[in-house]
Design a protein around this ligand. Structure first.
Ligand code: DP6
Length: 330
């Protein structure tokens, strides 16, 4: 390395993706990325992102490489700017990310990506943040990423302070405390069309259902907290399906409509309902995309995965246990 340049400052972190049981959609502050409603999620062991951040003197601009392909660095730079502002560090950074799942499988999630980025960037910059502040930093990158700081079952608070200091995530249950399982049914291999940030802005602006969505968010969270405290899987599943369908009702009532489902999505939902009618406790949930996640207990995971694999329109299935929180690898 050229003597004129200082030492690289580098760190690598891993974070797992998560799936919300009670969904986040809408912001009370777009600039600070503060959610309008709280959310509760499961961290997924099967899907993770490793990210290395290297602050390097002399680099002209931030570079973002996803699986060795150069990608748009705008959102990554936004989070790096927050880290640079808090540390006085001037250097641009090289950010190299890899997912342990094919990016083309439409599973690429901003949650694991921004959680790994927050942990790696702050460590590389020498910014010592506790878990709460790391979750706030990750939230600035993407709301759902705040939850991926923690393992197991996690809640992200909407808070009410204008500066967002009370909008952070915290663990509700450790991964070992309740062995929930998620079967992921992939119904589309391409990336989704409308990203969450844009979609939720449009829902807030145009859907007549949006005020009701925000007003009833706290009730859904309270009911889910109770189901979790009582380890009541049926309650958890019913509430998760309810929050999912309520979210998709809100999306469909947005102008122009946000229809994320395809025929395979609908067929997989039906298959989950049929499995349930046959006596297997399993419930579905779906984010801003066409993939279906089936929630079940470990003893039923194989049956659920086999049934979903046979659904026309389902390309592949993956079984995930609950994962750990984000961690620094080096
Ligand atoms: C439907 O966290 O991707 O998955 O904060 O704008 O980056 P931004 O949004 P993002 O939205 C996630 C929406 C959701 C529900 C959820 O994960 O809670």
């Amino acid at each position: 390395m050229d003597q004129a340049f200082g030492e690289d400052r580098t760190a690598t972190a891993r974070a797992h993706s998560n799936i919300a049981l009670i969904k986040y959609w809408g912001k009370r502050d777009a600039e600070l990325n503060i959610p309008a409603v709280g959310s509760i999620s499961l961290t997924l062991d099967a899907l993770s992102t490793d990210t290395r951040v290297t602050f390097r003197e002399g680099l002209k601009q931030d570079e973002f490489w996803l699986a060795e392909t150069r990608a748009d660095a705008t959102r990554v730079s936004h989070l790096l700017d927050i880290v640079r502002d808090s540390t006085g560090l001037g250097s641009r950074a090289m950010v190299e990310s890899t997912n342990n799942f094919p990016t083309a499988a439409g599973l690429a999630s901003s949650a694991s990506g921004f959680a790994a980025l927050a942990v790696a960037a702050s460590a590389a910059a020498g910014l010592a943040l506790d878990q709460r502040d790391l979750s706030i930093l990750a939230r600035r990158g993407s709301g759902s990423a705040a939850r991926s700081l923690f393992g197991g079952v996690v809640e992200l608070h909407a808070g009410n302070r204008p500066d967002g200091r009370d909008s952070f995530a915290e663990p509700v249950l450790a991964p070992e405390a309740w062995p929930l399982t998620v079967v992921i049914a992939i119904t589309e291999l391409d990336q989704k069309s409308v990203n969450s940030t844009t979609g939720m802005g449009e829902s807030a602006r145009t859907s007549p259902f949006y005020p009701a969505w925000v007003d009833t968010g706290e009730d859904d969270l309270a009911a889910m907290r109770l189901a979790i405290a009582n380890r009541n899987f049926e309650q958890l599943g019913q509430l998760a399906e309810y929050s999912c369908l309520k979210l998709h009702g809100l999306m469909m009532s947005t102008r122009p409509a946000l229809v994320y489902w395809n025929a395979g999505t609908m067929a997989a939902m039906r298959a989950v309902l049929e499995l349930r009618a046959s006596g297997i406790p399993v419930y579905f949930t779906i984010d801003a995309g066409p993939q279906v996640k089936a929630l079940c207990l470990p003893e039923h995971a194989r049956t659920v995965a086999d049934a979903l694999s046979r659904v026309v329109g389902v390309h592949e299935t993956r079984i995930s246990a609950l994962g750990r929180g984000a961690q620094l690898l080096s």
